[in-house]
Design a protein around this ligand. Structure first.
Ligand SMILES: NC(=O)c1ccc[n+]([C@@H]2O[C@H](COP(=O)([O-])OP(=O)(O)OC[C@H]3O[C@@H](n4cnc5c(N)ncnc54)[C@H](OP(=O)(O)O)[C@@H]3O)[C@@H](O)[C@H]2O)c1
Length: 373
C-alpha cells in the first residue's frame, strides 16, 4: 500500500476526543490503495458505487484514497489504468456499452493472471462467478495474486470451499492479507467474529440456515403455496442460482458448509465430502405434519466433530418452533456457532440485499488498511 508517514492531529473538543483528522484533500499521511476488480457483475458494481459514495468520507476518516486500477470481466473485456479508472464513467458506460470497448483508452486484453502480476496492484478483489463444482478459475486467480504478493479479498465461496488451506498458507508465506467475509451470510460477521472477537476460543460445531432460496420456498410451501409458484417468485426476484437445482439439491448450502468447516474448524475438505440432501421430498403434507408436532422444517447446514473426525451435513430437518433458527424466515440467514468457552452464539442477517454483500468487501478492505501499519 502506498502510504506516506506524516502528522496526526488530535482535537479535544467539548469532551470528545477525535483521534485523527485529515483534510478532505488528504494530508501527508494519506494512504493509497490500488484495487483490481476481477468481476464487475452485481457485487462488483455495487462495491464500485460504495467507493464513489464514500471517497470523501474515507479520506477524512481513514486517511484513505482507493483507486481502482483494473476491472476484469469475462465477455466485455478489461479496463486498465494505473492512474485510476473513472468509476462513475465505468458504471454508466457498462449500461451503454461505451467504455468496455476496444476504442476506449483504458481498454485492455490483459487477463486476471496478468493483472495479479502488476506491481501497482495492492489488493486483488475476486468477485467472478461461482463454480460450484471446483471453485475454478477463481481459485487460480487468487493463487496467482497471492503468489505475486497481493492482498486478496473475495466474496466467491468456491475457493474457500475447495482449497482454503493451501491459499491461507500461501498468504502467510507471502505475508499478505486474505479475507473473504462475503462468502457466507453476506456481511454478517462470521469469520470476523471468530477471528477478531473470540480469540483463544475453539469452535466445536455449527448449525445454520445458509441458503435463502430454499428457506423462502419452505416457508411458502408451509403457508400453502405451490412449490412451482413459489419457485417462480424466487426466480423473478433473482434469489436463485442461475441453475436453481444448485439451491434445491443443497449444493450451494454444501459449499457454504465446507467453507465454514475449512475456516472455522481447519477441516481441509471440499463440498463433495458434505453429506447432502435437498428439499426435493418436502411438500405441504410434510410441513403440516411438522406443525402438528410443534416443529418447522428448515434446510440445516451442520458441521461437527464426531468421533474425532469432522463431519458436515446439509439436510431438511424438523426443528422445534422454539429453536432460534425456527424464526429465520424468507431470505434471511442465521448461523449458530458452538464454542468451548463462549457457549452458543447466533448471528442473524435479515433479508440481505446486494449492498450487504458489497459491504463485506468494504469491511475486509478497511480491515486490511487498519492492519497494514
Ligand atoms: N449476488 C449476491 O448476492 C452474492 C452474495 C454473496 C456472494 N456472492 C458471490 O460474489 C461473486 C460475484 O457475484 P455477482 O452476483 O456479482 O455475479 P455476476 O453478476 O454473475 O458477475 C460475475 C462477474 O464476473 C465476471 N467473470 C466471470 N468469469 C470471469 C473470468 N474468468 N475472468 C474475469 N471475469 C469473470 C463476469 O463477466 P461478464 O460481465 O463478462 O459476464 C461478471 O462481470 C460470486 O462468486 C457470488 O457467488 C454473490
Amino acid at each position: 500500500m502506498a502510504g506516506k508517514a506524516g502528522k496526526k492531529t488530535d482535537f479535544k473538543e467539548a469532551g470528545v476526543l477525535i483521534l485523527q483528522y485529515n483534510s478532505p484533500e488528504g494530508g501527508d499521511d494519506m494512504k493509497e490503495m490500488n484495487l483490481a476488480l476481477i468481476g464487475f457483475g452485481n457485487v462488483g458494481r455495487e462495491f464500485a458505487r460504495i467507493l464513489v459514495e464514500r471517497e470523501k468520507e474515507w479520506a477524512e476518516k481513514f486517511s484513505l484514497k482507493c483507486k481502482v486500477v483494473a476491472i476484469s470481466t469475462l465477455r466485455r473485456g478489461t479496463l486498465l489504468n494505473e492512474a485510476g479508472i473513472n468509476l462513475e464513467r465505468a458504471l454508466a458506460g457498462l449500461e451503454t456499452g461505451e467504455i468496455f470497448s476496444p476504442d476506449d483508452p483504458d481498454y485492455s486484453t490483459i487477463d486476471p493472471a496478468g493483472i495479479a502480476a502488476l506491481e501497482f496492484v495492492d489488493t486483488f478483489i475476486e468477485i467472478t462467478t461461482l463454480n460450484i463444482e471446483s471453485g475454478r478459475p477463481a481459485a487460480d486467480h487468487i493463487r496467482a495474486a497471492l503468489s505475486s504478493g497481493r492482498n486478496v479479498i473475495t466474496a466467491n465461496k468456491g475457493p474457500i470451499a475447495f482449497c482454503y488451506r493451501e491459499l491461507k498458507e500461501l498468504a502467510a508465506e507471502k505475508e499478505v492479507h486474505f479475507l473473504f467475509e462475503g462468502t457466507v451470510m453476506d456481511c454478517a460477521p462470521v469469520f470476523n467474529l471468530a477471528r477478531e472477537t473470540l480469540p483463544g476460543c475453539r469452535i466445536t460445531g455449527f448449525s445454520g440456515i445458509l441458503n435463502s432460496t430454499t428457506n423462502y420456498l419452505l416457508g411458502e410451501i408451509a403457508a400453502g403455496r405451490s412449490f412451482e409458484s413459489a419457485l417462480q417468485t424466487a426466480r423473478d426476484m433473482g434469489w436463485t442460482e442461475a441453475d436453481p437445482s444448485m439451491d434445491l439439491e443443497g449444493w450451494d448450502a454444501a459449499v457454504k458448509t465446507a467453507a465454514l468447516l475449512n475456516v472455522l474448524m481447519d477441516a481441509d475438505i471440499s463440498p463433495h465430502h458434505i453429506e447432502r440432501k435437498g428439499i426435493g421430498g418436502i411438500n405441504r403434507q410434510s410441513t403440516d405434519a411438522a406443525v402438528k408436532e410443534g416443529k418447522v422444517i428448515k434446510l440445516l447446514c451442520e458441521g461437527h466433530l464426531k468421533e474425532g473426525s469432522i463431519f458436515g451435513r446439509v439436510s431438511p430437518q424438523a426443528i422445534p418452533s422454539t429453536h432460534p433458527l425456527a424464526h429465520v424466515s424468507g431470505t434471511s440467514s442465521a448461523l449458530t456457532l458452538e464454542t468451548d468457552f463462549a457457549g452458543r452464539i447466533t448471528v442473524v442477517i435479515e433479508e440481505p440485499k446486494i449492498r450487504q454483500t458489497a459491504y463485506a468487501l468494504v469491511s475486509d478492505l478497511l480491515t486490511i488498511v487498519k492492519n497494514s501499519g
